[in-house]
Design a protein around this ligand. Structure first.
Ligand code: GLN
Length: 243
């Protein structure tokens, strides 16, 4: 599995790097070769050569600094998605695949505009912060996802939410729904990082990425792993949140 982590040096809030470590470990434990590449501002790279594109979260300052480079790659990213490269986006990265993002200082940043959703700024100084639990259905895989959110941005007009909020805010204050998933990209506000406490989501992402080169690959083809610590970590969150 070949993964490219975009803007690894600036888009890595709240341990988003952990997502890469989890994908690597879960692949290697099953004998699936894993290659992690990075792509910084100005670096020449054909993103369509990868099975998975990952973009983590970041502060407004970082989002503003990378956007000219990201927009210059629009055609290449579109080609990658058309050729079945799967895309995993966290928070600040998720926002930049929509129409636009209005930062806390009211600066409007254009997004890649692949989707209709857009991100407005909330009321001055108000942010969605705290633990989040959502119920998602990933191509028939029903899973409860846990994580942590910290965003000022309020994402609206989300046509394909990832899941229904059980605890926390999600796409915006009182949104009721969290994230975006349309079979091609999975965007979410969940840090934590996302994948260590959500092994089903990690395996789902692996299976989607492997489908690029093997369209018949199924989630159930992945050998089950023990996930003892992952389950303990999840239980601890559920207990704390009394759910
Ligand atoms: N800067 C964005 C916001 O505040 C994204 C933050 C993040 O990635 N956690 O909404």
């Amino acid at each position: 599995m070949k993964v490219v982590w975009m803007y690894h040096d600036i888009m890595d809030l709240y341990g988003d790097k952990g997502n890469m470590m989890v994908l690597k470990k879960r692949c290697l434990d099953r004998g699936i070769p894993f290659e992690l590449d990075t792509c910084g501002i100005g670096e020449e790279k054909d993103l369509s050569e990868y099975d998975l594109i990952f973009l983590g979260g970041g502060a407004d300052k970082e989002q503003i600094s990378l956007i000219p480079d990201l927009l210059s790659r629009k055609e290449n990213i579109k080609k990658a998605i058309d050729e079945k490269t799967f895309v995993l986006l966290i928070c600040g990265g998720y926002q930049l695949f929509g129409q636009y993002y209005i930062a806390a200082n009211n600066e409007k940043i254009s997004g890649l505009q692949f989707y209709d959703y857009y991100t407005d700024t909330g009321k001055a100084g108000s942010r969605c912060i705290g633990n989040v639990v959502i119920d998602a259905n990933l191509d028939g895989l029903k899973t409860r996802i846990v994580g942590f959110e910290n965003h000022g941005g309020q994402t609206l007009n989300v046509t394909h939410p990832l899941g229904k909020v059980v605890k926390g805010c999600g796409n915006s204050f009182n949104a009721g729904y969290e994230g975006f998933y349309d079979g091609k990209i999975l965007g979410t506000y969940l840090h934590g990082p996302l994948l260590p406490k959500n092994p089903e989501v990690a395996d789902f992402v692996i299976s989607k990425a492997l489908q690029k080169r093997n369209p018949n690959f199924k989630y159930s083809d992945l050998k089950p792993l023990e996930d003892k610590f992952e389950k303990m970590a999840r239980e601890a969150v559920f207990k704390k949140l009394e759910i």
